[in-house]
Design a binder for this molecule. Structure first.
Ligand code: MIC
Ligand code: SF4
Length: 637
């Protein structure tokens, strides 16, 4: 068996491991972050389960750390008190980015993890089988329910050779994105294997698994080997290490090979992580801003590299440089070793250990700026500046740009690469993580925390109107943007829903409110990107009942079902062209049709078109109940 199937088998509670079947997995650990966590815990609370049933659940504050009003601070207090009540570890603001901290302090090889954040597969860097999910799915896992996925294909990514100096793990994942595109990973787990694996440290592996999300993959995983053991030993957690490797004779559904020797520095151009070019092709492009950090590239190794490269140098006067270390551990070690001095002295701006500019929480670049970021997403407008041009690259490429003021190949720009030596032991300071205490106090709710909406069960026949038509690769950042202005409203659905599709069509909200039931028409890979369930919740709140597309991204599809929106696909993709805004469609006996798995035809502009769906019995019940929360409350009783 390959590694992924081994872990799946150990956690399988329903279904069979045949590709395409729905399987239910027992979940050992969960994580949430503050931007999705408030909703997840409100939903958990509604399930009336006295304590979490997982082995470990952690609630991180890392996204909404810019407190320009009372809202975020209120949410933090709510999260702190609800964690205490339900037996969840609380990681307060300043402790670091959830994925980085979880890898350092909590992750365990061979265990399953789901997180209400799409980059949860970072845990695959230490051989955990970890998935991004909507907050409601995480709430269900905390209540002891299985996590359901479609059994994916397992792809062996055979790494051969070794990276050359100034070429990095980021270039491996950018190369995969170049080859496969942002939808190439759907329905697949990428399992890394081969001699090249032994040349990659845990932080390097985690950079790759983190950004496997951008492939649309179900998840990504590396084996847990001697290198993993060494990492855990440095973290004083050798006791949780177990070897997790594929059998020598392991079978895979697909295989591909990447020769690390052949890679060179790569960069993803605006506005998609798969728009990848060789750095040298863009040589000489002037750069206004460089941001190093995010859950992709904020490890101690990344930061020490920055320090060594920046030592006694000065950044270009035309470029600003920010650094966000991934965790308090990383920041503390940079401070105690003196490495921080080199970074500050070169002119970098040090930000707190949080997502920060990655999610538009500050550092919006200037008009039409070129911004190079070591992050994982560069969707239009995500930086906070609509016309900014965001490029994704490695810290090596980012540093060369910060010093020279332009895009330049670090292999040419720098001389010998400085050696990055990690200390024998990392600095362990767990006292800031708040363990639940027995004297559970009341949950504190600020005025920004609004009650959950109630959604009605599905009707037999639904008359609906097309309220939006969009193209390929619509991301959740398009559906419901983040950023410093909108993120503080994550626990206030009435307020946040006003921003739905704001940058795509400013009339969407008014149009959706004007009709009884709305339909959104999408094309390929609709809903790619984040796990934010608000991208399903807000449309549902505005009356959207159907999303019809050519194809969906995994997490968003699950979120739509979870909130009772019926996801359908065109049987004939060219029917996409027959539907336009304001078209009215009658879904006659739709409930009965879905219940009996009958063909679904609707009449659009005098043409009968066939719409496809593949719902399991469980998913049908959820849709009929008007969403997962309605359904689970019944089934937990
Ligand atoms: C992101 O990178 O887009 C986020 C912000 O981390 C999201 C979660 C969210 O929207 O809160 C994600 O990746 O799931
Ligand atoms: Fe935070 Fe950015 Fe990572 Fe999302 S991708 S978890 S916003 S650092």
């Amino acid at each position: 068996m390959n590694l992924s199937r081994k872990i799946i088998k150990q956690h399988l509670v329903s279904g069979t491991m045949e590709v395409g079947n729905e399987i239910g997995l027992r979940i050992d650990q969960t994580l949430t972050q503050d931007a999705t966590g408030t909703m997840a815990y409100l939903q958990f609370e509604a399930m009336e389960v006295p304590k979490v049933k997982t082995e470990l659940s952690v609630s991180y504050i890392d996204h909404n750390t810019l407190q320009s009003g009372f809202e975020n601070a209120d949410d933090h207090k709510f999260l702190q008190t609800i964690a205490n009540k339900y037996g969840i570890i609380f990681s307060p603001a300043g402790s670091g980015i959830c994925h980085q901290v979880h890898l350092e302090r909590f992750g365990i090889p061979g265990k399953t993890l789901i997180g209400s954040d799409s980059h949860t597969p970072t845990g695959g860097g230490i051989g955990m089988l970890s998935f991004g999910a909507g907050g409601l799915d995480v709430a269900c896992a905390m209540a002891g329910q299985p996590f359901y996925i479609t059994m994916p294909k397992i792809v062996k990514v055979n790494l051969i050779g070794q990276l050359r100096p100034w070429v990095s793990a980021k270039d491996i994942i950018l190369e995969l994105l170049r080859i496969l595109s942002v939808k190439g990973g759907r329905g697949k787990i990428f399992e890394f294997s081969g001699e090249g694996v032994k040349t990659l440290s845990v932080p390097e592996r985690a950079t790759i698994t983190n950004m496997g999300t951008e492939l649309g993959a179900t998840t990504t995983i590396f084996p847990s080997d001697e290198i993993t053991k060494d990492f855990l030993k440095k973290q004083d957690r050798e006791n949780v290490w177990v070897e997790m490797i594929a059998a020598d004779s392991a079978q895979y559904d697909e295989e591909m090979t990447i020769d690390l020797n052949m890679l060179e520095p790569l960069i993803a151009m605006p506005h998609s992580p798969d728009n990848v070019r060789k750095v040298k092709e863009l040589k000489g492009t002037k750069v206004d801003q460089v941001c190093i950090g995010s859950c992709t590239n904020s490890s101690l190794a990344d930061m020490i590299l920055c320090s060594k490269v920046l030592k006694d140098k000065k950044i270009s006067k035309n470029t600003s440089l920010t650094l966000s270390p991934g965790s308090r551990q990383v920041m503390s070690m940079l401070a105690s070793s003196g490495e921080l001095f080199n970074i500050i002295n070169a002119g970098a701006r040090i930000l707190e250990c949080a997502c920060g500019p990655c999610i538009g929480m500050g550092q919006a670049p200037k008009t039409k700026a070129i911004s190079l970021r070591t992050f994982n997403r560069n969707f239009e407008g995500r930086s906070g500046t609509k016309d900014a041009q965001v490029y994704l690259c490695s810290p090596e490429v980012a540093l060369a740009a910060a010093l020279s003021g332009e895009i330049t190949d670090p292999m040419e720009y720098f001389g010998k690469k400085p050696e990055v030596q990690l200390p024998e032991k990392f600095y362990i300071n767990d006292k800031h993580f708040q363990k639940p205490s027995s004297d559970a106090t009341d949950v504190v709710r600020g005025p920004n925390i609004k009650p959950l909406p109630k959604f009605e069960p599905m009707l037999e026949t639904i008359d609906a109107t097309v309220v939006l038509k969009v193209g390929d690769n619509i991301s959740t950042d398009h559906i419901l943007p983040a950023g410093a202005k909108i993120l503080p409203l994550r626990s206030n659905l009435p307020a946040i829903s006003e921003f739905t599709f704001g940058a795509v069509d400013k009339d969407f909200v008014a149009r959706a409110k004007n009709v009884k039931n709305g339909i959104i028409i999408g094309a390929e890979n609709y809903g790619q990107g984040s796990s934010r369930e608000h991208a399903a919740l807000a449309p549902r709140y505005l009356g959207v009942q159907f999303v019809i597309t050519k194809s969906f991204a995994r997490i968003h599809l699950a979120n739509l079902i979870n909130f009772g929106i019926i996801p359908l696909t065109f049987n004939n993709p060219s029917d996409y062209d027959n539907i336009k805004l304001d078209d009215e469609i009658e879904f006659c006996n739709v409930k009965e049709i879905i219940k009996n798995n009958n063909d679904l035809f609707v009449k659009v502009n005098d043409k009968n078109i066939k719409l496809n769906y593949t719902f399991t019995d469980r998913q049908k019940e959820i849709l009929f109940a008007g969403g997962l929360l309605n359904w689970i409350k019944e089934s937990i009783k």
